[in-house]
Design a protein around this ligand. Structure first.
Ligand SMILES: Nc1ncnc2c1ncn2[C@@H]1O[C@H](COP(=O)(O)OP(=O)(O)O)[C@@H](O)[C@H]1O
Ligand SMILES: [Mg+2]
Length: 251
């Protein structure tokens, strides 16, 4: 059984069809990259896969359970976490507090959230573990807004890992950072995933060096349809995909 699957998913925004009969099955152990030009439907697919939006038609299943529209809290309880294309830094929070908010939501501490954090050893241990893994250990007391862009992206990914997910879905985890920083982020991400026994990674990524360097499998979207779903070599050999998706990237 696939750990995460979309079956004949269709997503309409009014009359506009953002996803048209998209099916996708991710197995344990896979690192899947979703590629495609701007507006292809990548973020919409990530939203549908992570229970943020309901598909207009079709199904989304995580570990066999229907997750359409279930929302982030229930999703984390089931064992899936995601990051967003645009980093959501809470300007008033430090690095430690940002990771703690994520950890707390998984550990189920509601109520007086921030007030209780300082004395919550379990949360603190989780924060330190994740911060170390992501190279943010010496920046815990820094206001998140003062981090460099690369560290903001790392913090966002780290917050998703703080949920101790089985499956992690990342929407452009390296967007807006230099090539060197992109590679550093990917290395840290892959190490963290190994360390935390993450069973599958699905990412949206524009940089084809990163896509080819890290994926076992690539799903190419174009105008809301799956144009190809194959290995990196399969993509390289597919002239239509190369012309439509790879050749047209803006940089
Ligand atoms: N909430 C929305 N309402 C209307 N149209 C949307 C909405 N979100 C996305 N779209 C449209 O759906 C298409 C796919 O968007 P998106 O999934 O963000 O693409 P990508 O992430 O591949 O760039 C785009 O044409 C976009 O303008
Ligand atoms: Mg997008």
């Amino acid at each position: 059984m696939p750990i995460l699957e979309a079956l004949h998913v269709r997503k309409l925004y009014g009359d506009f069809c953002a996803l048209d009969d998209v099916s996708l099955a991710v197995d344990e152990g896979q690192f899947v990259s979703i590629i495609g030009p701007n507006g292809a439907g990548k973020t919409t697919l990530v939203n549908v896969l992570t229970g943020l939006g309901r598909p207009t038609a079709g199904r989304v299943r995580f570990k066999g359970e229907d997750v359409a529209g279930i929302g982030p809290v229930r999703l984390a309880e089931l064992g899936m976490a995601r990051s967003f294309q645009l980093v959501n830094i809470f300007p008033g929070l430090t690095v430690a507090e940002t990771i703690a908010v994520a950890a707390v939501s998984r550990l189920g501490r509601g109520g007086r959230l921030l007030a209780s954090l300082a004395r919550d050893a379990e949360v603190r241990a989780r924060v330190e573990e994740v911060a170390e893994l992501f190279g943010l250990g010496d920046k815990l007391t820094r206001p998140a807004r003062t981090l460099a862009q690369g560290d903001k992206k790392l913090l966002d990914v780290a917050s998703a890992f703080a949920l101790h997910p089985e499956v992690i879905v990342l929407d452009e985890p390296t967007s807006g950072v230099s090539t060197r920083d992109k590679n550093a982020i990917m290395e840290v991400l892959v190490e963290a995933a190994k360390h935390m026994d993450v069973k599958a990674i699905i990412q949206v990524e524009h940089d084809m060096d990163i896509v080819f360097g890290y994926s076992d499998r690539i799903v190419a979207l174009h105008q809301g349809r799956v144009l190809a779903d194959t290995t990196p070599d399969g993509i390289r050999a597919d002239a239509e995909v190369v012309a439509t998706v790879v050749g047209k990237r803006r940089h």
